[in-house]
Design a protein around this ligand. Structure first.
Ligand SMILES: Nc1ncnc2c1ncn2[C@@H]1O[C@H](COP(=O)(O)OP(=O)(O)OP(=O)(O)O)[C@@H](O)[C@H]1O
Ligand SMILES: [Mg+2]
Length: 224
């Protein structure tokens, strides 16, 4: 099976007023293409830090990270942001939509960051992905006019628009009631069946059934 993520002996420590707070302790982790991985653990155990490390959103102190056969441990900010934009789709608990933009403009953003995508192609893609999450009719509305579940579906469309092989989701159902959460999980499951690799953080033991691999983390250590 093809490996998409390999972390080897990854350590990360936060420092505050000369005190050290180790948050990731010698993390070894493999994610294969097509996996649906859940990361679970108590509040403060390091789940978000681990996910943000995989997403090249935060740096680490030592260890090695191979993403899609490429060593990404020592890339500069520019190289990291290119990979983030083209190869990774991010979904967050609080959706992180921009309320001064329309739904369509929110979904379009990663295409604008990528640059050089002609208007017509952008507009076709925006409609394709809005349609995929069942919200094409909301294209010209603002995020605040939608329900939480609808906003998360918009965030999923935005995460998918550059067709990244990897989706990282940090408690994507954490702000939703359980029925709406199941709807979002249904969409993620379908994406996973269509070959997207998904790594998701959750508190919710009920959702473990969606995963083919579960990682428990405690005080920055993966439990075996
Ligand atoms: N920027 C930061 N500076 C200092 N300490 C931080 C920073 N970010 C996180 N931490 C600390 O690192 C530890 C792990 O945080 P992290 O956000 O990864 O936990 P988590 O497992 O995602 O928790 P939750 O379930 O509450 O979201 C916590 O003790 C937190 O206080
Ligand atoms: Mg967290």
């Amino acid at each position: 099976m093809n490996n998409i993520i390999t972390l080897q002996k990854v350590n990360k420590t936060f420092r505050k007023r000369e005190k050290e707070f180790p948050v990731l302790k010698s993390i070894d982790l493999h994610v294969n293409q097509g996996d649906f991985v859940m990361i679970m653990g108590k509040s403060g155990s390091g789940k978000t830090t681990l996910l943000n490390t995989m997403g090249l959103l935060t740096s680490f102190d030592s260890g090695m990270y191979i993403l899609d056969d490429k060593e990404v441990t020592h890339l500069n900010e520019n190289e990291k942001s290119n990979i983030r934009n083209c190869s990774i789709g991010f979904i967050f608990q609080q959706f992180h939509l921009i309320d001064s933009l329309t739904i369509g403009q929110n979904v379009e953003l990663p295409l604008l960051y990528k640059g050089k995508v002609p208007y017509r192609e952008r507009s076709t893609k925006v409609e394709k992905y809005l349609d995929m999450v069942g919200l094409l009719n909301k294209k010209n509305q603002k995020p605040s006019e939608l329900s939480g579940g609808q906003q998360q579906r918009i965030a999923i469309a935005r995460a998918l628009i550059n067709d990244p092989p990897l989706i990282l989701a940090d408690e994507p159902t954490g702000s939703l009631d359980s029925n709406t959460g199941e709807e979002i999980m249904g969409i993620l499951k379908k994406l996973n069946r269509n070959n997207k690799t998904i790594v998701m953080v959750t508190h919710d033991e009920d959702l473990v059934r969606y995963a083919n691999k579960v990682i428990y983390i405690q005080d920055g250590l993966i439990q075996r």
